[in-house]
Design a protein around this ligand. Structure first.
Ligand code: T3D
Length: 266
């Protein structure tokens, strides 16, 4: 398969932590087919990376992501109608499912506005830290669509049905503080603290108990559809496996020696 040069994303891995930056700032990092292809290629790399310890996803410039690039949709101008499910099946579905399935935390550093499928992408991440000026816009109803890329799955589960319906139908922006209050995100930080926050998050992932993080991610996802009994059984299975890891032994030693643990992610 031909490898693409990364033009619409920035992608690197340092100390086992991958950083993906959506990089079309003039178009608010909206999704094109090209960006999807590059993201897909980056995910191929991540899925094959045995030393991966976490992923941080962010956007270049003032926006995180404005959803689908509407300039790629010419139907209003040329009158042609298109099957919108094609893009969703080909690109958005695998993007969301692959990020959810990665065995390491995916952290979204939401540096600015997230609209349409960009908002759904944020909600698919395991942890979201937003800049104080960031906002969610459920832009879909403005162009007579419904939320996609998992938006109708994540929104009611995280915010509750009433807030999800209000936000989706009326499309009013949801500020970072409101998103925090609604339970959509984990933290809000001042805009000027974003570079330091990125560095801190990368360090915490690089030094974290990667296997335990991955197990927690998968168990918390499974809890949305499991019964209590199934969930307790799943916890026992994961705990059995984690109990044999080097990092568990290191954690126990560090506790006994009254020092911080030095996890190696194995
Ligand atoms: O089609 C399918 O395949 C189905 C899948 C659908 C998935 C979807 O995501 S549908 C939803 C698509 N997204 C939107 O409808 C959002 C459109 N954008 C906005 O509502 C606003 O731009 C924002 C609320 C995101 C930000 O507003 P603001 O005032 O901060 O910025 P702006 O001035 O509107 O935008 C700045 C520039 O970015 C502007 O270009 P210009 O005038 O400077 O040349 C604007 O046209 C451009 N831009 C913003 N969003 C998009 C975009 N260009 C292309 N596609 C966009 N989505």
């Amino acid at each position: 398969m031909t490898r693409l040069a990364y033009e619409q994303i920035l992608f690197d891995i340092q100390d086992g932590v991958a950083r993906i930056t959506l990089n079309r700032p003039a178009r608010l990092n909206s999704f094109t087919q090209r960006m999807h292809a590059e993201l897909s290629q980056a995910l191929d790399v991540l899925e094959a990376e045995p030393g991966l310890r976490g992923v941080i996803l962010t956007g270049a410039g003032r926006a995180f992501c404005a959803g689908q690039d509407l300039a790629e949709r010419q139907s209003a101008r040329d009158g042609a109608r298109r099957d919108l499910s094609e893009m969703l099946k080909r690109w958005y579905r695998p993007l969301i499912l692959r990020l959810r399935a990665l065995p390491v935390p995916v952290i979204c550093l939401m540096n600015g506005v997230a609209a349409g499928a960009g908002a759904s992408l944020v909600l698919a991440c395991d942890v979201v830290v937003a800049a104080g000026s960031a906002r969610f816009v459920q832009a879909f109803s403005q162009i007579s669509l419904l939320p996609d890329a998992g938006g109708t799955y994540f929104l009611p589960r995280l915010a509750g049905q009433a807030r999800a319906m209000g936000a989706v139908l009326f499309g009013e922006p949801v500020s970072a503080q409101q998103a925090l209050d609604w339970g959509l995100i984990w933290q809000v930080v001042p805009d000027e603290a974003l570079p330091q926050t990125l560095a801190d998050l990368a360090r915490r992932l690089a030094c974290g108990p990667t296997r335990a993080f991955g197990a927690a991610k998968q168990a918390l996802q499974a809890s949305w559809s499991n019964t209590l009994a199934e969930q307790i059984d799943l916890e026992a299975q994961w705990q059995q496996s984690l109990g044999y890891t080097e990092d568990y032994l290191e954690g126990m030693r560090a506790f006994a020696e009254k020092r911080p643990p030095a996890f190696r992610g194995c």
